[in-house]
Design a protein around this ligand. Structure first.
Ligand code: GRF
Length: 183
């Protein structure tokens, strides 16, 4: 099963997917990593691991058309969003219906969108966490495939919580993606 990963930055979740795929028992391989940003740090990591990398051109329509083409050319079955910071168009989502997943740093349906950790702390929540979900036209809205809960500690800052949740993301995403591609 071939996975195309979309990133915009650091790419630590992409790196976790790549690392997990080294296990011969892993049911997926990362076929290509694509980004909307040429300076996304994750691109260098992917290239260093022998994975084809691609940077989309400016403009949503051209960029998504190029992603679609590059994924099809690389035999991609499933698209994994990993810190891809743009909304995909309804047309792109429809073309890959049911085959795009995302990781989001909250316990969905709580805290869709940005600043999830600050919002969870401000609300006095006992737990934050992360969710892997199917991508639909609704932002952070598709079926939840798996979640990990992380305690919010007294005095937690958004950055401290984000770091702890990120460690949980790196375990959750490869596990849920493996289940998803063998569903
Ligand atoms: C992660 O927190 C992910 O949940 C969110 O964006 C961040 C991406 O981090 N969607 P990275 O690029 O995978 O390191």
């Amino acid at each position: 099963h071939r996975v195309g990963v979309l990133i915009s930055g650091r790419g630590s979740n992409m790196a976790a997917l790549v690392a997990a795929a080294r296990d011969p028992a892993c049911p997926y391989e990362v076929a290509v990593v694509a980004s909307d940003k040429a300076d996304a740090a994750g691109l260098a990591h992917a290239a260093a691991n022998g994975i084809p990398v691609f940077v989309g051109p400016p403009g949503k329509i051209a960029r998504e058309a190029s992603f679609d083409a590059i994924f099809r050319a690389n035999g991609v079955d499933t698209i994994a969003l990993a810190g891809y910071m743009r909304l995909l168009s309804d047309e792109f989502v429809a073309r890959w219906r049911g085959s795009i997943v995302n990781i989001h740093p909250s316990l969905l349906p709580a805290y869709k969108g940005l600043d999830t950790h600050a919002r969870a702390i401000a609300a006095g929540d006992a737990h934050g966490g992360c969710s892997v979900h199917v991508v639909t036209e609704e932002l952070d809205g598709g079926a939840v495939l798996g979640q990990a809960r992380v305690p919010i500690l007294p005095g937690d800052t958004p950055d401290a919580l984000a770091e702890r949740v990120l460690a949980a993301e790196h375990l959750l995403y490869p596990k849920v993606l493996a289940e998803f591609v063998t569903r």
